[in-house]
Write a protein that binds this ligand. Structure first.
Ligand code: H2B
Length: 103
């Protein structure tokens, strides 16, 4: 079971995460969150499909809401009632799905 991070640990991991993120994640004591925006619903749902495979592989799953071209993501570790390294791992993996891929 991963350990629940305290606010200082969350803040420093968040700085590191956001160094490579096209758009920043936000954090509170309870969760990491970001709204991903796409061209249309198909792009948004494609992202969710890829994200679902990553979540399954990690056995760590997002709380999320999709409205047309927008996917609102909240990451927390339900088992400990807070944010753990698993949430940061999933966050950075989700970012790789929208990063421009090299040729
Ligand atoms: N996802 C998230 N976000 N938090 C959890 O605590 C969690 C999970 N627990 N996915 C996993 C599944 C657990 O319920 C199973 C039994 O491994």
């Amino acid at each position: 079971m991963p350990v629940k991070l305290d606010p200082d640990a969350i803040a420093s991991a968040l700085r590191e995460l956001n160094m490579t993120a096209a758009t920043p994640w936000e954090a509170d004591a309870g969760a990491l969150s970001k709204t991903f925006r796409f061209k249309d619903f198909v792009e948004a749902f494609g992202f969710m499909t890829r994200a679902a495979l990553i979540a399954e592989a990690l056995d760590h799953h997002p709380d999320w809401r999709n409205v047309y071209n927008r996917v609102e993501v909240r990451l927390s570790t339900h088992d400990v009632g807070g944010v753990t390294s698993l949430d940061f791992t999933l966050a950075s993996r989700l970012d790789t799905l929208i990063a421009p891929s090299p040729l």
